[in-house]
Design a protein around this ligand. Structure first.
Ligand code: DGL
Length: 273
């Protein structure tokens, strides 16, 4: 049987926060990470553009032999995953799988809230897609979802300004806009791979009783469960503990910034799609 690595995709660096958790829970597998940094951020782009970019990257993963690709990016999961699963996969290779981050998060977010009022912070694309309200409603019909787009947060993180005093202005601004929608929100979901880097500042502006939920651990646990339930996919995943990293932009830049997201230093390769 031909085996391959698990593919992990993000528009840029943010998915490294997810890969980091996946690797800590499933260290034995091989992984290939692709950050489409040259075309990031995806968050403010149109449906069609995000779909085309994501599809192109998924096709590349399949050429690398990946039996399974995780779209670690919320924006790509919101705007491209369903079309890829329903329209493209049957034609490309029905034995391959592409999974996203929205469903695993929606499946459990209701367990965090006592007031049944959940705040979702994401990119404009994720928020406009309504993917979270739609998915959460399927699993927790009594949970009310309040969304807030935070368009300045990804640029703050990407430009390493997330610890600067200027970051506080935009962090407070979007949190205020979210909490203005309901003062009963007791759970705030960081529905963007970049936001875990802002967690200390976000916490400083929220009442201590509000739970802040990051996705890395949730997505990793869901993958553990998925591989247990799908031996036909699991058996096609290579297990030598290797990880390789690709970026569509400068590898030097990627290596430099990636440590913030991944925790360890990495050596990436530049990829021309
Ligand atoms: N990684 C994306 C997400 O999780 C955010 C970055 C972008 O806008 O490209 O939504």
């Amino acid at each position: 049987m031909v085996k391959g690595p698990i593919g992990v995709f993000d528009s840029g660096y943010g998915g490294l926060t997810v890969l980091r958790e996946i690797k800590s829970q499933l260290p034995g597998y091989d992984y290939v990470y692709l950050g489409d940094n040259a075309r990031a951020p995806y968050g403010s782009r149109s449906f069609e553009t995000i779909y085309q970019y994501t599809l192109q990257c998924v096709e590349w993963f399949f050429k690398q032999g990946c039996p399974l690709v995780i779209l670690a990016c919320n924006t790509a999961s919101a705007k491209a995953l369903r079309s890829i699963q329903q329209l493209n996969l049957p034609l490309i290779d029905p034995s391959k799988r592409v999974l996203g981050v929205i469903r695993p998060t929606s499946e459990i977010i209701g367990h965090y809230t006592y007031t049944n009022k959940v705040g979702v912070l994401g990119t404009a694309g994720t928020v406009q897609s309504l993917s979270y309200p739609i998915e959460i409603e399927k699993f927790f019909p009594s949970v009310q979802v309040f969304q807030q787009a935070c368009p300045m947060w990804v640029p703050l993180v990407e430009n390493n300004e997330y610890n600067s005093p200027g970051a506080d202005y935009f962090i407070k601004k979007y949190l205020d806009q979210l909490l203005d929608q309901s003062n009963e929100i007791d759970t705030v979901l960081l529905a963007c791979t970049h936001y875990p880097l802002l967690i200390d500042k976000i916490r400083a502006y929220l009442r201590p009783a509000i739970s802040i939920v990051s996705q890395g651990d949730i997505v990793a646990k869901s993958l553990v469960d998925y591989l247990e339930r799908h031996p036909e996919i699991e058996s096609k995943c290579n297990k030598q503990g290797n990880s390789v990293f690709f970026t569509t932009d400068s590898a030097d830049d990627f290596n430099q910034k990636a440590t913030i997201f991944y925790g360890n230093s990495i050596q990436s390769e530049h990829l021309v799609l």
